[in-house]
Design a protein around this ligand. Structure first.
Ligand code: C2E
Ligand code: CA
Ligand code: CA
Length: 614
């Protein structure tokens, strides 16, 4: 059966292209011998390898285009000539196994590059023949080399990668065991590399890593000639990101290892010039010694990692050795994590509230909710001891949600008691911003407790705003639309930048207490405070001084134009149940002191009344 749209194949294949041939083949036509010849021709010509067919005398019968290219000749000039003209006698290709083509038994191409030969004899209608397959040996070797590189080396820096590092480490450990000579393993992690990446872009970040690699390589190489131990050997690897490792073999003592670490830190101390950006970085290093720290490979790596984190927590830019008390610290941390997990269901968390007041009038403007944990057997734990663990483990999400709900409920309770309308400030971690439910959680808590959104203030850190990713921005804009106020906590300690203050229309700046604490005598502290206050004023933000502990500090801040204060002098954080009592007392003192303003009493309210001029 035939139809005009689907004609039966004509006898013999269409000439070319190959797609037509394929179509023709799949149409199910039976092969005639001429068809098969044509098919073979097409396969022969289209093959990716070089192919030559020779007869038993070694004369070339056919040559495909790839073979001609590999031999640097025209295909037509090869046919009819002895193959030995093109492929000289020489080293045998191991693959060449020839039974009936003696002239081809061994061969080396005349061309400069190495060719791999593979010979296959076959019986043709014209007698025994041989197919010679040619492959560019150098190309293959190159591919193999490239694959080896990719599997073992980091493409950005050319350093050994994690896989090769482990390999080298296990060899170094074996050598140390045999020779009895100590080896040091070091982990080096750049400090705040993420900030560089986020601020200046990944391209600059990558280039910085290349600069760092060069600096470290030079430093390690240069150190060899200086060191007494001339056979000290270093292997620098990059595990990924900004994590580097150094294996130092044949090291004398831990002091030698410390020397190497110090040299590396110094080498990174110089600012790097990347694309006209001067970048200043530092690094944290962890060191463990082997076989002194007698462990297996994975434990040695873990110990070194722990030592590196110790350096980070010591304030970065330094090195630390692994020691047994680090294991103890890690064990303690694991147990802390476990107790924190149970703390939620056991309702061991509590909120304390610390008041804020207007520096001119003494009027209480609001409270900040601060988390406390009644850890069984440990008493009341301050958040500095556990908030970072909550963040690392993700437990900050349920705990943070509880904080918002509980604080809103407390505020509503005070409203019902008839306390004047105050603002409520809640601290949020960056981690909480990665969860979209945060906005709806806040909205629900406000609605359920009938609290106007403008009374809620969220305290954020500068680092969160610096992240400036899509979800953070969307969430902050959502808060703005709701009317929730935004405050920057610990202002001045982070990466202060005016652009984000403007972009997110921040309402409040909280001057970090480290600046306030140096007042009133420290001129630099005063200069910083007055700069922050001026900045706040110029952008119509409320400026709150944290950690005000003395009347002198309050007076100076007031004179500098600061709006509000918070600190032990006004009131310590206290349980919600005590706040109403504190408030009433505060108001009473304030009233009484106003009428006896001449007393040189230095309680907050006396000061206010004096400042009021009443
Ligand atoms: P922060 O937000 O800067 O909170 C102020 C801290 O300063 C509080 O410590 C407070 O007790 C303390 N402080 C207040 N006045 C004075 C003073 O006059 N002198 C001194 N020396 N210290 C004063 P606290 O409660 O230990 O909180 C520490 C940090 O923990 C907070 O710093 C905040 O970053 C974090 N935090 C507290 N509660 C929460 C929370 O619910 N969620 C999150 N994510 N973080 C929280
Ligand atoms: Ca705060
Ligand atoms: Ca603060």
């Amino acid at each position: 059966m035939s139809s005009p749209s689907n004609p039966p194949p004509a006898e013999g294949p269409p000439n070319r292209p190959l797609s037509a041939l394929r179509r023709w083949l799949t149409s199910g036509a039976a092969f005639s011998s001429s068809t098969r010849d044509a098919l073979l021709d097409a396969l022969f010509d289209g093959a990716g390898d070089g192919l030559l067919v020779c007869n038993a005398d070694g004369v070339v019968v056919s040559c495909n285009p790839v073979a001609a290219r590999l031999l640097h000749v025209e295909a037509a000039t090869v046919v009819g000539r002895p193959v030995s003209e093109f492929i000289h006698q020489g080293t045998t290709s191991r693959r060449a196994k020839l039974h009936n083509g003696p002239a081809l038994a061994r061969g080396e191409p005349s061309a400069a590059h190495r060719l791999l030969l593979h010979l296959t004899p076959f019986e043709s209608s014209r007698g025994p023949q041989v197919v010679v397959r040619l492959r560019d040996g150098s190309e293959q070797a190159e591919v193999q080399e490239r694959l080896r590189q990719m599997a073992n080396y980091d493409s950005l820096t050319g350093l050994p990668n994690r896989a090769l590092f482990r390999d080298r480490l296990s060899q170094a450990m074996a050598r140390a065991n045999r020779s009895g000579r100590a080896m040091a393993l070091m982990f080096l992690d750049l400090d705040r590399f993420k900030v560089v990446n986020d601020d200046l872009g990944h391209e600059i970040g990558d280039r910085l890593l290349q600069h760092v690699t060069r600096a470290l390589t030079e430093c390690l190489r240069g150190g060899d000639s200086l060191s007494r131990d001339t056979d000290m050997a270093h292997t620098l690897s990059r595990l990924g990101g900004d994590e580097f490792t150094v294996i130092v073999e044949n090291i004398g003592t831990a002091e030698d290892a410390a020397n190497v670490a110090r040299r590396m830190l110094e080498a990174l101390n110089e600012p790097f010039l990347v694309d006209e950006e001067e970048i200043v970085i530092s690094a944290s290093i962890g060191i463990s010694m082997y076989p002194t720290d007698d462990v297996d490979l994975d434990t040695l790596i873990r110990h070194t990692d722990m030592a590196m984190y110790r350096s980070k927590s010591l304030g970065r830019g330094t090195y630390s050795f692994f020691s047994d008390d680090l294991t103890a610290a890690v064990t303690a941390r694991v147990s802390l994590e476990g107790s924190l997990r149970r703390a939620i269901e056991r309702q061991e968390f509590e909120l304390h509230y610390q008041p804020k007041a207007d520096l001119r009038t003494g009027q209480v403007t609001g409270v900040e909710a601060l988390l406390r944990w009644h850890r069984p057997g440990h008493g009341l734990m301050p958040p500095d001891r556990f908030v970072s663990v909550l963040e690392d483990t993700g437990l900050i999400l349920p705990v943070g949600a509880w904080v918002i709900r509980a604080a809103c409920e407390q505020l509503a309770a005070w409203d019902r008691m008839g306390l004047p309308s105050m603002r409520l400030a809640v601290n949020l971690s960056a981690r909480q911003f990665r969860h979209l439910y945060l906005a709806s959680l806040i909205e629900d808590s406000l609605r359920q407790n009938e609290i106007d959104a403008r009374r809620l203030e969220i305290e954020l850190t500068e680092s969160l705003l610096m992240e400036d990713n899509e979800s953070t921005r969307a969430m902050l804009e959502g808060f703005r639309r709701m009317g929730v106020r935004l405050a920057i906590d610990d202002f001045g300690t982070g990466h202060s930048s005016l652009s984000y203050i403007q972009r997110f229309s921040i309402d409040t700046l909280k001057i970090d207490r480290s600046f306030v604490q140096s007042l009133p005598d420290d001129e630099e502290g005063a200069a910083i405070c007055s700069a922050v206050i001026a900045l706040g004023r110029s952008m119509r933000m409320c400026v709150v001084a944290e950690g005000v502990e003395t009347p002198e500090q309050a007076r100076l801040l007031r004179d500098l134009g600061c709006d509000e204060m918070q600190g032990y002098w006004l009131g310590r954080p206290m349980p919600g149940s005590e706040f109403a009592g504190w408030f009433v007392n505060h108001k009473k003192t304030r009233g009484r002191r106003r009428s006896r303003s001449r007393y040189t009493d230095t309680s907050p309210m006396t000061l206010f009344s004096l400042l009021d001029g009443s």
